[in-house]
Design a protein around this ligand. Structure first.
Ligand code: SAM
Length: 266
């Protein structure tokens, strides 16, 4: 089982608690212009946002507070109890559950969220079909994955370092890369399972004037964690490469790209 979808690895290392995700998320504080993903999610959900909403793979609750503010009954579900412990908003419920087998009755919710999580599900198509099963007629699924150009300039510096160290594809996979479930593949799965599918690409840039935020992100990835000693060396080399670009051009610009899907059940 590749690490990115290995539930034991995800529960006990990558998402044992929220710290590594928070390290990655902090990079977006330097996004210009900032993309308000929670607002985009509420917009995509429409009226369904104030009904019964299930946030699958909710993590420490990136979207829960915004959902709760809409006045509906919100439940967060995640594979990792350590992530759920980090939730600070007050949803109606939190449940440890696998997206492939939700402990939720058929046709019982108005909206499902699957944000930046389907690439971790062993069979993402099964997760998509579970979302459809629990949605009532007229309900909506909103799902996001990184787009093909997401963090491209950072990957261009990082991947050669991994290659030089002989770090294999499986270890390359958490953090910078979404090779497991590109938007086109997810789009096809959604089109198979749902009646209407829309895609919005939300693109922006992270602008760094010092390498620190990117180093935090890179340090949180599987390659850096699992190969700790070589990881430290790679981080030092990444730091030097980013600093050289900043010295040369004044900043280091990294493309961000979110593929946000809305799928409707007729
Ligand atoms: C990248 S985080 C995204 C968290 C949140 N949705 C967000 O966008 O900030 C991925 C989350 O999916 C959870 N996860 C991974 N595999 C899962 C599965 N099979 N079922 C449910 N949750 C899963 C992880 O524990 C983690 O909290």
């Amino acid at each position: 089982m590749e690490r990115r979808a290995d539930r034991e690895y995800l529960k006990s290392v990558a998402y044992a608690d929220g710290r590594l995700l928070a390290d990655r998320a902090s990079l977006y504080e330097f996004q210009q212009p900032r993309i308000n993903l929670a607002a985009a999610v509420l917009h995509a959900l429409g009226d369904a946002a104030s009904g019964r909403v299930l946030d699958v793979g909710c993590g420490y609750g990136t979207y829960l507070a915004a959902l709760v503010s809409q006045g509906g009954a919100v439940v967060g579900a995640d594979l990792s109890i350590g992530m759920l412990r980090g939730v600070t908003s007050q949803p109606a419920g939190l449940v440890v559950a696998d997206a492939q087998r939700l402990p939720i009755a058929r046709a019982s919710v108005d909206a499902v969220l699957m944000m930046h999580m389907l690439y971790h599900v062993p069979e993402p198509a099964l997760g998509v079909r579970e979302a459809r099963r629990v949605l009532r007629r007229g309900g909506r699924l909103v799902a996001a994955v990184g787009g093909p150009r997401h963090l491209a300039q950072a990957r261009d510096l990082w991947i050669p370092l991994l290659e030089e160290e002989g770090i294999d594809g499986d270890l390359r996979d958490l953090g910078f890369l979404n090779t497991r479930l590109p938007p086109a593949t997810l789009g096809a799965m959604l089109t198979d399972a749902f009646d209407e599918v829309d895609l919005t690409i939300l693109a922006s840039e992270v602008v760094l004037t010092d390498p620190g935020p990117l180093l935090r992100h890179a340090s949180s990835t599987t390659a850096a964690k699992v190969t700790a000693e070589r990881g430290a060396d790679m981080i030092a080399r990444l730091s030097a490469a980013v600093s050289a670009v900043i010295a040369d051009t004044g900043d280091f610009r990294i493309t961000t790209e979110v593929a946000l899907f809305t799928a409707g059940r007729a």
